[in-house]
Ligand binder design. Structure first.
Ligand code: SAM
Length: 289
């Protein structure tokens, strides 16, 4: 007799099951029971989840459900749910639907009157937050920043300075660039926290001024692992320029009859930034209208 035979039957519905983000002990008893008793497990990557299932001796059939087949697979799974199936959804690691597939199926299931059961467990953002030392009273989760440098800068510049802690998932090969942007926008003394490899053997928290942490990481031969970056942007500095670059350029063109190019050069020099950075900021201001 397998342990599935001892488990009470699972009610029909969609089960969103959190799985470990590194340490296999972080699976809950309830998650194991649901995974054992479900009719099917929809997985972001069936091979990845199979390792977890093998470890816990679970033989429930799996089906792939990822970013690229989310829409199509959601329809198929929904049809089964409407016939009373018990379907579990897992991502490769952590909580499904958080920077991972899941949301689309949840929405469709709600629309079809299917019962949804969240099965709580590991999540990188929340665990980084509670150990970061930063305020947990108000926080905003942003998922991944845009990969393109200009878009990433704009996203960071537009962060509200509302005393909330802002959380980002970040890739190891992008962390230095992102920290450089945080430093340029919020100043080298902006406090940040970096949570790396949570729950794993080499779990690490770095806490301190962004300038120092960037230098510390840059000095390493390589930066590996999974990362959560957190910070709470300081209130606007009263001494910081409040006028837009566009307004300063326009004023110089008018009062000193400078060409736009020369005016921009002057503004860049006055602000202590490079010409191309000033130009990019001007373009962004214009795009924002
Ligand atoms: N759904 C997952 C969750 O609940 O946290 C997140 C999935 S997202 C595709 C993967 C990103 O989460 C990684 O690139 C990293 O930024 C963050 N992450 C996942 N596991 C982590 C860990 N053990 N330590 C630090 N960050 C982690």
């Amino acid at each position: 007799m397998s342990s599935a035979d001892h488990d009470p039957p699972l009610a029909p519905g969609l089960y969103l099951v959190a799985t470990p983000i590194g340490n296999l002990e972080d699976i809950t008893l309830r998650a194991l029971r649901v995974l054992r008793s479900a009719d099917r497990i929809a997985c972001e990557d069936t091979r990845q989840t199979q390792k977890l299932l093998n470890h816990f001796g679970i033989s429930t059939p799996t089906v792939s459900y990822h970013l690229h087949n989310e829409g199509l697979r959601a329809e198929e799974l929904l049809a089964q749910l409407q016939q009373g199936a018990r379907i579990a959804v897992v991502s490769d690691a952590g909580t499904p639907g958080i920077a991972d597939p899941g949301h689309e199926l949840v929405n469709a299931a709600i629309g079809a009157g299917v019962t949804i059961y969240p099965i709580p467990g590991a999540n990188a953002a929340i665990n980084a937050l509670i150990a970061s030392g930063l305020s947990t009273e108000h926080f905003t989760f942003h998922g991944f920043l845009p990969a393109k440098e200009g878009q990433r800068r704009t996203a960071l510049e537009q962060l509200p300075r509302d005393r909330a802690t802002h959380l980002f998932y970040e890739a190891p090969h992008r962390i230095l660039g992102t920290l450089a942007d945080v430093e340029a926008i919020f100043g080298a003394t902006q406090p940040v926290a970096i949570a790396r490899e949570l729950t794993k053997l080499h779990e690490e928290f770095l806490r301190g001024p962004v300038g120092e942490l960037r230098a510390q990481l840059a000095a390493r031969p390589s930066i590996r692992g999974e990362i959560v970056l957190l910070f709470s942007p300081a209130e606007e500095d009263a001494a910081a320029p409040t006028r837009s670059i566009a307004a300063e350029v326009a004023a110089l063109m008018k009062t000193e009859s400078l060409s736009e190019k020369d005016a921009l050069k002057r503004v860049a020099r006055d602000r202590g930034i490079g010409k191309s950075e000033a130009y990019r900021e001007l373009q962004r201001e214009r795009a924002r209208g």
